[in-house]
Each structure stands twice: as C-alpha cells, then as structure tokens.
Design a protein around this ligand. Structure first.
Ligand code: ATP
Ligand SMILES: Cc1cn([C@H]2C[C@H](O)[C@@H](COP(=O)(O)O)O2)c(=O)[nH]c1=O
Length: 214
C-alpha cells in the first residue's frame, strides 16, 4: 500500500457529509485525479458493495439479526477494498472514505453490544488488517447529532438513525474508546462548532498528512 488512506468517522449527524464536501472542494484542484472520494457501506465503483448497502440500511428490514448486520458491513467493506481502495492505493492515490472499520466497531460492537473484540475480529478477516493512515473523528454528543438530523435533513432516514439515544450513546462511547486506543491515528475535531470552524480545523489536521503547505 503506497498511497494515503484517510477515513472520516463520527456519530450520525456529526457533519461528515458537509465537511467532506468542503474538504474535497479544496483538495480537488491540488490533487486532481490522485484524489478518490468514496464511502461505506457501499463505495465508489463497487456495484456489489452498493447492493449490500441497500440491504443493510433498509428501514423495512427491522428483523435483521445484529450479527448478520455486522457481517454484511464487513462483506461490503471487503468488496469495496478490492474494487476501489486497494487499486487506488497501489496507484499512489489519496483515498478519502466516509466511514470504514471504526464505524463497525462503534455501531455493531458498541451500539449493538456485539463487543469491540468480536467485531474487530470479523473485520480483521475482511480487511486483512488494512487500516487508514489517519482518521478524522468528528466529535459530537449524540443528542446534538440526532437533533441536527431531525431538524434539517432532507434525505432518507436509515435503520440506524431511528435507534434510541442510548444506542447512539454506546456508539459514541466506543468511538471514544478507539480514539484513546489509537491516539496517533485519530485526529479529533470538535464538531459542535460552526460548520466553517469544523472545516478549518479538519483542513489544518489534514495538511501535514497530505504534505500540503498553505
Ligand atoms: N457544524 C454544524 N453546525 C450545524 N449544523 C450542521 C453542522 N454540520 C452539519 N450540519 C447540519 O446537520 C445535518 C447533518 O449533517 P451531515 O449530513 O453533513 O452529517 P453526517 O455526519 O453526514 O450525517 P449522517 O452520518 O447521519 O449521514 C445537515 O442538515 C447539516 O446541514
Ligand atoms: C460503515 C458502517 C456504517 N454504519 C452505519 C452508520 C450510519 O448510521 C449508516 C451509514 O449512513 P451514512 O449516513 O451514509 O454515513 O450506517 C454501521 O452501523 N456500521 C458500519 O460499519
């Protein structure tokens, strides 16, 4: 793996989509076709991973078993790695992914209470241990993120958005545990600030990783 792999993580409503849009606008003129923006579950140019996304996020499938859910996320991740991430890294590109393994550990390990170790193990199998160079973590209290979603969002509400606050609190607790465990990889951004400040802090954190000088 010779390129740079950056992931964005955070609870629902943290602002990943909004921040990523602004960061990509600034990065695109600098990196051109060296920049690959993708997301999970699913992913750019990954038909199979996108098909799994449709199933795993479908609000009409409330009977889905929690382990089935964890395995589907891991399967989607595997396919996305093979189709998109690994070829781009091999071509020395910068891959920016909206969510990756940490989401499974936080949502399925913490939120669904499957346990951090078990979910890490499933994902080790799926990814062969490929981890990002850096992870931007948009830190927000779950109640603030959920309120943003309720107040503002126009797009679809998925199976996890409708979970209770206690679920989202466990997700956030698991993220904090990961941030403590991997302090060098996790770049923590205060996502409760105004969007412009969140974007500035994210850009400042990314610059040294990407070798960009203002
Ligand atoms: N810093 C901010 N302050 C206030 N509102 C914000 C901020 N960042 C994003 N929002 C708003 O909150 C809502 C959720 O933002 P966004 O979709 O970017 O979050 P997200 O992390 O991608 O959410 P999800 O993971 O649930 O898709 C949007 O309506 C967006 O305009
Ligand atoms: C990768 C991944 C995602 N999730 C959850 C987290 C979110 O609620 C949705 C994705 O929605 P987004 O708004 O498009 O980010 O899926 C998860 O539970 N486990 C995962 O591994």
């Amino acid at each position: 793996m010779s390129g740079t792999f950056i992931t964005f993580e955070g609870p629902d409503g943290a602002g990943k989509t909004s921040v990523l849009r602004a960061i990509v606008e600034r990065l695109a003129p600098l990196l051109g076709d060296k920049l690959v923006l993708t997301r999970e579950p699913g992913g750019k140019d990954s038909q199979v991973a996108e098909a799994i996304r449709d199933v795993v996020l479908d609000p009409n499938l409330p009977s889905m078993d929690a382990w089935t859910e964890a395995l589907l996320y891991a399967a989607s991740r595997r396919q996305h790695l093979v189709d998109t991430v690994l070829p781009a890294l091999a071509a020395d590109k910068v891959v920016v992914s909206d969510r990756y393994v940490d989401s499974s550990i936080a949502y399925q390990g913490g939120g669904r209470r499957l346990g951090i170790e078990a979910v890490t193990e499933i994902n080790q199998f799926a990814t062969k241990g490929i981890m990002p160079t850096a992870t931007i973590y948009l830190d927000i209290r779950p109640e603030v993120g959920l309120q943003r979603i309720q107040e503002n969002r126009q797009d679809e509400i998925n199976r996890l958005d409708v979970e209770k606050l206690s679920f989202h609190q466990r997700v956030t607790d698991a993220y904090h545990q990961l941030a403590t465990q991997y302090p060098e990889r996790f770049l923590i951004i205060n996502a409760e600030q105004d969007l412009a400040d969140v974007i500035t802090d994210t850009w400042t954190a990314l610059m040294p990783i990407l070798g960009i000088h203002d």
